[in-house]
Design a protein around this ligand. Structure first.
Ligand SMILES: NC(=O)c1ccc[n+]([C@@H]2O[C@H](COP(=O)([O-])OP(=O)(O)OC[C@H]3O[C@@H](n4cnc5c(N)ncnc54)[C@H](O)[C@@H]3O)[C@@H](O)[C@H]2O)c1
Length: 360
């Protein structure tokens, strides 16, 4: 397959791993990077031998570029996605797709109108760990899926991220930051969600930054930082999720799935590898299941590579806009359910993405 030319917009913290994607996935040819802060674009270009450090406008005007990877902060996701689509480029955006449902819809509509593709992180569900879980489910080893539990219990990001403010503003919070990993994993393993129920709170209205360079500064918290939810899936399975930035520590698992024939302990959905543990009904032991798929190291970019390949063959890509929008819709629904005291029926849905073949 021929290479697809890619430009990266947003050269912050997460951009390094995407800059390496050109080496890991031969279909991706990263030809340019851009940032509002031009110095950051220059630094990344130099570090990773990317031929062009551009301003955002220059990158969008480069007619050689087919796919824009949008690694800006969530508050800029929609604006940058829409600008890339307007410029005639396919776009793959870090999570979440957008902050509001309205912006998410605008992105999907514009892409549809222009015949362009939208892809969205996370792509960890394409890693060897979660694909092995998917195979266990698809092969019937678990029987009928009864339910799932997922726990993202953390003390927040102000102790390590150099610029953690956005995690506590609109579009941030543990559900919008980490929920996409858990919800995308659930949807890829179980299927789309029918309705959700949530309860949410802000435990600490102010957060002190303890990372450099903003050590000692205070962040005013504007979004819920502890959210507990229940999910009813379209296929009848029932899930439970807690996402929190307010927890000192916890021994709860990242994620488990329960079936009529057995349970699996799913690896951390923010990672690509294992371990995957299976316990069948009647057994007293957990057994570690050998991983059936590759991409077990940090393989961020596999979703873009899959989209690039899909563009050439005409098939649907897996980490797609409909999936990312369904996740966005569900995340809002947990908060709205909490505010309004109702079960929230989702109006969006999506197809369960195809599993990856075992031999790649
Ligand atoms: N840091 C992580 O570990 C991590 C992990 C997974 C996903 N993400 C996601 O990746 C995205 C970026 O996170 P980050 O940690 O790299 O943030 P960051 O603040 O380190 O970097 C964001 C970069 O985007 C640039 N930017 C902001 N608005 C822009 C615009 N309109 N046009 C061009 N550039 C713009 C900023 O100047 C900055 O360099 C977020 O959506 C986040 O949710 C981050």
């Amino acid at each position: 397959m021929s290479k697809v030319k890619v430009g990266i917009i947003g050269c912050g913290n997460i951009s390094s791993i995407y800059c390496e994607a050109g080496e890991k996935f031969p279909i991706l040819d990263i030809v340019a990077c851009a940032d509002l802060d031009f110095e950051r674009a220059k630094t990344r270009a130099k570090q990773y031998n990317i031929p062009n450090a551009y301003t955002v406008e220059e990158l969008l005007a480069d007619s050689d570029i087919d796919i824009v990877i949008n690694l800006t902060i969530p508050q800029a996701h929609a604006q940058v996605c829409l600008a890339a689509l307007e410029a005639g480029k396919h776009v793959y955006v870090e999570k979440p797709l957008a902050i509001t449902r309205e912006d998410g819809e605008k992105i999907l509509l514009l892409a549809n109108k222009k015949g362009l593709r939208v892809g969205g992180a996370p792509d960890t569900f394409l890693g060897g760990g979660l694909q092995t879980c998917r195979k266990l489910i698809d092969d019937g080893v678990m029987g009928e899926v009864i339910g799932t539990t997922a726990f993202m219990m953390s003390p927040g990001h102000e102790n390590w991220h150099p610029d953690p403010e956005f995690y506590y503003k609109s579009g941030g919070g543990p559900m919008f930051d980490m929920g996409p990993y858990y919800l995308t994993a659930m949807i890829s393993l179980i299927g789309p969600i029918r309705r959700v129920t949530g309860s949410a709170r802000i435990s600490f209205p102010e957060r002190k930054i303890t990372s450099e360079p903003r050590f000692g500064q205070t962040i005013q918290v504007e979004v819920p930082t502890h959210i507990a939810g229940v999910l009813d899936f379209e296929n009848g399975a029932v899930g439970t999720i807690i996402t929190s930035f307010d927890i000192a520590g916890s021994k709860l698992p990242h994620m488990e799935i329960y079936g009529s024939k057995g349970s699996i302990i799913v690896p951390d959905p923010n990672t690509f590898g294992g371990p995957v543990l299976l316990r069948k009904h009647g057994s007293l032991k957990w057994e570690e299941v050998p991983l059936t798929h590759g991409f077990t190291n940090n393989s961020r970019g596999i979703g873009v590579a899959d989209m690039a390949e899909a563009l050439q063959t005409g098939r649907p890509h897996r980490a797609n806009g409909e999936l990312a929008f369904h996740v966005l819709d569900a995340m809002h629904a947990f908060i709205e359910s909490s505010e309004r005291g109702i079960h929230f029926e989702l109006s969006s849905t999506c197809k369960k993405p195809e599993p990856l073949p075992v031999n790649i």
